[in-house]
Design a protein around this ligand. Structure first.
Ligand code: COS
Length: 382
């Protein structure tokens, strides 16, 4: 199908398709089964320049838009959402530096993140601060030329594997949301350690761990922006990253649809291929239509972000919630079309269904996305 991709976008698609075919598909069920972090595949993604996409050329990036990140993420997600999440989470981790970091911070951190030599992670969520991101408790206290961080972050994607972390902590408890600040924390900073790797329903190739700060020493030059800007930096980051979660959802939905279509043409019951039954045809038609609609909304939201349209926050939230709901439905329907086989680990669709679920949850639950959309509509109208 033609999406009027540019030559550069076609190139990105070809590269990602090759990585999926040669590197991801042969090992994805093993990565899932044994919960193996895809270090080798991320190196290949790095060698293929995919971490460079959104980073400006000045810092060794390619200076593309979020749309190109979404296109790459969509294709990688067709192979394995666990791998694609590990890739996308590095982007999420370095976005705060890109959005609000100083030139010195960008000089120091972005080139190695662009090459994929280092990867990043985003540390916002805590045990009692998930949807309510403004109520984080991790503290940062300025002492001389360092901030001292204390607290624990939960469910951090790439935790323990990443080299560089954007971490949000409270610098002034009296100021509520305006008292949070953002920091760059390197993996080997004193007082920084990790909890155990979490056992998950899906995206089991990705690593999810606690970040533990016990009198962790962070040089004051690693404050991103100014004290008190942390919450706004986190919100601006999520506005830019949510279309890519939509793209993950589109990728996994497309993969499940293709599996179901292929199976329906081979599987014979009552003497004919099950694709000849209207019940199956209507399921395939709905799966294809919804996946297509989700893709168009993701691309539109990404273009809105790239053009800095005032509706971009709302569109990002729409793309994330719509596409992830579609992915959950399409992957579940794919399992249904494959029937008993679909439920078995010998076929890839049960993994896709398990993987898809997280897209309705992370980077803000879909209920939070609806809050964002509704409040924006009420405040700003059309
Ligand atoms: N861009 C810039 N500023 C924003 C913003 C955005 N997208 N969203 C909110 N703000 C600003 C508001 O304008 C407000 O500023 P003022 O105090 O100057 O008015 C401030 O931030 C507080 O906003 P708000 O009152 O809406 O905050 P709430 O505590 O009500 O929370 C939600 C807002 C629920 C939207 C936020 O907490 C959220 O996104 N939660 C989900 C977090 C998430 O995605 N977690 C996953 C972590 S990564 S896997």
């Amino acid at each position: 199908m033609s999406y009027f991709y540019t030559e550069e976008q076609e190139m990105i698609i070809d590269i990602c398709n090759r990585i999926v075919r040669e590197k991801i598909n042969p090992v994805r069920s093993q990565l899932d089964e044994d919960e193996i972090f895809p270090t080798e595949i991320l190196s290949e993604i790095g060698r293929s320049d995919l971490f460079r996409l959104f980073i400006p050329e000045k810092w060794d990036g390619m200076g593309t838009g979020i749309l190109e990140v979404c296109i790459a993420t969509e294709i990688l997600s067709k192979g394995c959402l666990g791998v694609a999440t590990s890739y996308a989470a590095s982007g999420l981790g370095f976005l705060p530096i890109l959005i609000s970091g100083s030139d010195e911070q960008k000089d120091r951190y972005l080139p190695s993140l662009a090459s994929g030599g280092k990867i990043a992670a985003f540390g916002l969520t805590e045990a009692d601060a998930g949807s309510d991101a403004g109520s984080i408790k991790t503290k940062a206290k300025l002492e001389g030329s360092n901030y001292i961080l204390n607290g624990t972050k939960q469910w951090i994607t790439n935790g323990g594997e990443a080299d560089i972390y954007s971490v949000f902590a409270v610098t002034d408890e009296s100021k509520g949301i305006r008292g949070a600040s953002a920091f760059i924390v390197e993996k080997d900073f004193e007082g920084f350690s990790f909890g155990k790797k979490e056992k998950k329903l899906g995206i089991r190739a990705s690593a999810t761990r606690e970040l533990v700060f016990e009198n962790c020493i962070v040089p004051k030059e690693n404050l991103i922006g100014k004290e008190g800007m942390g919450f706004i930096i986190a919100m601006k980051t999520l506005d830019k990253s949510r279309p890519a979660v939509g793209a993950q959802a589109v990728g996994v939905a497309q993969a499940a649809l293709e599996e179901a279509l292929c199976y329906s043409k081979i599987r014979k019951q009552f003497g004919q291929a099950i694709s000849s039954f209207q019940a199956i045809q209507h399921m395939l038609a709905e799966m294809a239509t919804n996946t297509e609609a989700a893709r168009q909304l993701v691309y539109h939201a990404a273009k809105a972000v790239d053009s800095e349209l005032k509706e971009s926050s709302r569109l990002s939230a729409m793309a994330k919630f719509f596409a992830s709901d579609v992915a959950m439905k399409v992957t579940t329907d794919a399992v249904q079309i494959l029937g008993g086989y679909g439920y078995m680990r010998d076929y890839p669709v049960e993994k896709m269904m398990r993987d898809a679920k997280i897209t309705q949850i992370y980077e803000g639950t879909n209920q939070i996305q609806k809050n964002v959309i509704a409040l924006d509509l009420i405040k700003n109208g059309f």
